[in-house]
Design a protein around this ligand. Structure first.
Ligand code: FAD
Length: 238
């Protein structure tokens, strides 16, 4: 498999930008939104950000610091963090313990996975929690010409489905049980679609999807400069 490792640049911090904000914020709510998915609602503090950027949530020491894309719009009063519990993970088992009134330390914004051109037709291709920046884009720019393709294992992981379905072209893809979704992976679905080369393609989530999707889009004639990527994790389980 040939893969473009340029994705490593997408999360680099721009050395020219102002130092990130760092501070303590209060937890306003914690919602369980699927069997493994949670949403933290946090005070925003003085954090200014561009849709698609992320924060670091600081754990007990630096080995527990983890990145989370802000799932809120630029003008929203609160920060929404969509996350999946990794039972063997270092930080997320601590995050699920948080309740309204608790505090946590975060810093940011970081990352470069921002919207390049709100006027351009867009495919947002995500797996799992990789849908979070798409929500930030939509809440900031509601009139996007957007197609959302979201790949998950089971339908309960189709986070924010109603918000996307009510306004945009929306295609759920479920690898295990499908119900009213496409049964299969995002890459299988996209292999069957028209992929205009002038459209912008945002890829977010598991690295395996990103590598495969990049190769597929290249093979279908999409130039690399119209593909934007943010890798979250390597999928160790199917
Ligand atoms: C740029 C960037 C943005 C990110 N944004 C988000 C986000 O918005 N929401 C979010 O849930 N995570 C996000 N992540 C992943 C997040 O930083 C943590 O890795 C994740 O929450 C697990 O943390 P942990 O300490 O509990 O587990 P860790 O000890 O870090 O990881 C344990 C295992 O879990 C796997 N894993 C990590 N994240 C996921 C996931 N989301 N789904 C399935 N398996 C996973 C890893 O491959 C690893 O093998 C992002 C990562 C990056 C690099």
């Amino acid at each position: 498999m040939t893969a473009n490792k340029d994705f490593l640049k997408t999360t680099a911090v721009d050395p020219q930008e102002a130092a990130p904000w760092r501070g303590i914020v209060r937890v306003l709510a914690q919602r369980r939104i699927s069997s493994t998915g949670y949403e933290l609602v946090l005070e925003r503090g003085d954090l200014a950000f561009t849709a698609g950027r992320l924060v670091t949530i600081h754990g007990r020491d630096v080995t527990e610091d983890r990145s989370y894309t802000i799932a809120s719009g630029e003008q929203d009063e609160r920060l929404h963090i969509l996350y999946r519990l990794v039972p063997t993970g270092a930080l997320t088992p601590q995050l699920i313990q948080l309740q309204a009134g608790d505090e946590l330390e975060l810093s940011g914004p970081y990352g470069q996975f921002t919207l390049r051109d709100p006027m351009r037709p867009i495919f947002f291709l995500a797996t799992g929690t990789g849908i979070a920046p798409c929500r930030a884009f939509c809440r900031t720019h509601p009139d996007l010409a957007l197609t959302v393709v979201h790949g998950v294992r089971t339908p309960d992981e189709l986070f924010y489905r109603e918000e996307f379905e009510s306004r945009y072209r929306y295609q759920p893809c479920c690898s295990r049980t499908a119900h009213d979704a496409y049964q299969g992976r995002v890459t299988q679905f996209m292999a069957e679609q028209d992929t205009p080369p002038t459209t912008h393609y945002y890829l977010c989530g598991a690295y395996e999807m990103i590598y495969e999707m990049q190769a597929l889009l290249h093979a279908k004639g999409v130039p690399n400069e119209h593909i934007f990527i943010e890798g979250y994790y390597y999928r160790l389980e199917v």
